[in-house]
Every structure is written in C-alpha cells, then in structure tokens.
Design a protein around this ligand. Structure first.
Ligand SMILES: *Cc1c(COP(=O)(O)O)cnc(C)c1O
Length: 394
C-alpha cells in the first residue's frame, strides 16, 4: 500500500520509496510518530477499532505509523506477505517461536548459531517443552536423518557467524515442506540487498535490524517476515499481546538505514573481498574464511543465492590465543567490540567473547579455534585497516 505501483520497482527504489504514506503536511522525509496511543472521533469509532471491525491505530504496542512504514519497506525488500517489527533480533526469534510452536514440538537448527539464539532454544524454549536438535549446516542428509514427526521448524543462519559457512536454501526448504515443517532463515549477515531467502523457498526470514539494517550501530531492533499471511497474523498476535514491540524512533533510524542498504552492502563486500585476499597472502595467517574466496566450500553460491559475499570474514593466525589477542591489542583504529554491520570496522576474538559460553570441545567441533579472529569490515580506507592489522601480523 503505497502511492506507487511498488511491486514493479527494483530493490533500490523500494528501499527508498515504499512504506511512507505522506501526511497532509507534505513532508518529504518520513516522520517519527512519537505517540503511544491514538485518538478516536467517537465512542463508536473506538469500539469499532478495538474490535477490529475498522482498520486503524489503537495503541503503539499494536501498531505505530513509523513502525509500519519500516515493516512495509522491509517486507517489500524481502518479498513477503507481511513483516512484524520487534524490539531486537532476539525478540524476533522468541516471537516466532511463541507464535508458531507449542509444547512437544521440536526445532531442527544449524549447529553454528548466534550464541543467544542457541541459549534461547536450549535454556528457555526447552522450559516450554520445545526441544532443539542441532545439525551441520551444509549436510542435507543429516537434516533428513534428524527429522522426526514432532519437528515443526527448521532454523538456519547462512552465512553463519563467524566462519561464514553457507548452505543452499532451496533443497532445505523442499525437505521442510515434504515433512510439513517451516524453514526460517536468519538473514542478518546477508540482508535482502544480497540474499532473499523467500525466493529460494524459505517460509520465514529473521532480522536483527541492529546490524546492517541500521548500519551505523545506533539502535536495537528486529523483524520477522513471512510468506503466508496466516503466519504473519500469528506472529503479530504475539507482539501485540506480549509487547516486544519496536520503538518508533528506532523504526525511523532503520527506515533511513534501509535507504542506503544496497550501497553499503556493495561497499562492505568490496572492502571485505580486498581484505580477505590480502590476509590470504600473509605468512602469519593460516586460514581465511570468506564466501568470496574460491577456497570457500560454498563459493559456488556467490552470484546466485548470495549476490555478493558480504562484509564479514574471519581468519586464523599462527600462535593461538596469545597471538590473536596480541593482534587485537595492537590495533589503534579498529573497534574491539562484538557488534557487526557498522560502518566502522569491528574486531572480535570469538573463542573468548561471542562463543565463550561453549565448552572447549563444542568450540573445537564448531571450528572456533583459539587463533580465530572475526572482522566485520567497515567503510574506512582499506589501507588504514591493513596498517592497523599489520602490527599483529608481523
Ligand atoms: C545480533 C544477532 C542476533 C540478535 O540480534 P539482537 O538485535 O542483538 O537481539 C541474531 N542473529 C544474528 C545472526 C545476529 O548477528
């Protein structure tokens, strides 16, 4: 629902033009509706709005025009039937689970998941009688073998964190549908600028808007996009009732972020590719994990499912944790922080931060070795990033 025939627009145009319904003030930039409730013309109108007989805003836990503009725009980019915005990426995953699963159901998830997602599944959803089994991301036979009658949801991240493992979405979607399950893809690393999971058969897309959708590390937010309107309604029902709703101010920041998403993802990809090639040639580096390198096991997905390889890479250096920490501590410009998707390059030691909660055996199984360093490549001059890394590489 826009002023334009938006379905025919390209991705860049949609990111700029969809979702804003200009008010009678004629504003050019999207307004922030900083209001928690909405006023009715009469008692009868209030009753009709509450019952749902007439559409319109009631209360900002349910809907807010700025949040709806973000939802419409992101939905247009992912090509779904609808989008539900949430207070964070984790709130999106919790909302999805509460909306679609019940006690006795099982989730099949890829093994290398975002740490808090795994914690949510293992510690909290398990208390509701929802169990989770983990499967290697790119092993279709293992997924098939792990399916049980009680499996309801398949959940993956592609590319994954921090090793940028990938898998083809279409065969997994086919497997899920053959067993009456839904497939959810956490599209945080790729964003719709580089990968549109619904086009490949996925049923649900998860976002941490905190990352590339914002793009400048300012606000926390998340979203669920679904292909089926009935699924959208279930998920919206949870947000409206339980209240993990997105703030209108954050929605406005994300709206502005979406306007430059394609440009940024192209620039992040280009910079990360240059850096991956350069790291590959360093004697102190024993491995580089980046989808844009021909040595990456799923490199063939680049230009197909994943348009460009994205901005995240990781690499191993000789000398284990001591050498990795030394490299990180010798940087002067890079930000030592766990966040990613920022215009500023961030550097992380996964084994002692994002993946510290795993046991040593679990980390080894997941390939998170002590010498591994993750870079979320930003938009500084490449020469300056290289100079900052050089201290620890010599
Ligand atoms: C950050 C992140 C999340 C969680 O998002 P928050 O906005 O921090 O709650 C989920 N999945 C992935 C892949 C992430 O990187």
């Amino acid at each position: 629902m826009t002023d334009h025939p938006s379905d025919s627009f390209g991705l860049m145009t949609k990111a700029l033009r969809v979702g804003h319904h200009r008010s009678s003030e004629g504003e050019h930039s999207e307004p922030i509706f900083a209001t928690s409730s909405f006023v009715f013309a009469s008692a009868a109108e209030a009753a009709a709005r509450f019952s749902g007989d007439t559409p319109g805003n009631v209360y900002a836990r349910f809907t807010n025009p700025t949040v709806q503009a973000f939802e419409e725009r992101l939905n247009a980019l992912e090509g779904g039937a609808g989008c539900v915005a949430t207070a964070s990426g984790m709130a999106a995953i919790l909302t999805l689970a509460l909306g679609l699963l019940k006690s006795g159901d099982q989730i099949l998830a890829s093994r290398s998941l975002f740490g808090s997602t795994q914690m949510l599944f293992d510690k909290y959803l398990s208390r509701c009688g929802i169990s989770t089994r983990y499967v290697p991301l790119d092993d279709l036979e293992a997924w098939q073998a792990a399916l049980e009658p009680r499996t309801r949801l398949l959940f993956i991240e592609t590319p994954s964190n921090p090793l940028t493992e990938m898998t083809a979405i279409a065969p997994l979607a086919e497997l899920a549908h053959a067993h009456d399950c839904l497939l959810a893809v956490d599209n945080c690393f790729a964003t719709p600028a580089l990968q549109r999971p619904l086009e490949w058969g996925a049923d649900l897309v998860i976002h941490s808007a905190t990352k590339y959708l914002d793009g400048q590390g300012r606000c926390l937010g998340g979203a669920v996009i679904a292909r089926d309107p009935a699924v959208v309604a279930e998920i919206f029902g949870v947000v409206r009732t339980a209240g993990p709703s997105m703030s209108p101010f954050n929605a406005w920041v994300f709206l502005k972020g979406l306007e430059t998403l394609s440009l940024r993802m192209r620039a992040h990809s280009e910079a990360a590719q240059q850096l991956a090639d350069w790291l590959n040639a360093q004697p102190a580096v024993t491995a580089v994990h980046y989808p844009g390198l021909p040595s990456h096991p799923q490199h063939h997905l680049i230009g197909q499912q994943l348009k460009l390889p994205g901005g995240i890479l990781s690499f191993k250096i000789r000398g284990g944790q001591a050498a990795a920490w030394r490299l990180i501590d010798q940087t002067r410009m890079l930000s030592i922080t766990a966040n990613l998707g920022d215009t500023k390059t961030t550097i992380t030691h996964p084994a002692t931060t994002t993946h510290a909660r795993l046991s040593a055996e679990e980390r080894t199984a997941a390939g998170i070795t002590d010498g591994l360093i993750r870079l979320a490549v930003g938009l500084e001059d490449i020469a300056d990033i290289q100079a900052d890394l050089m201290g620890g590489l010599q």
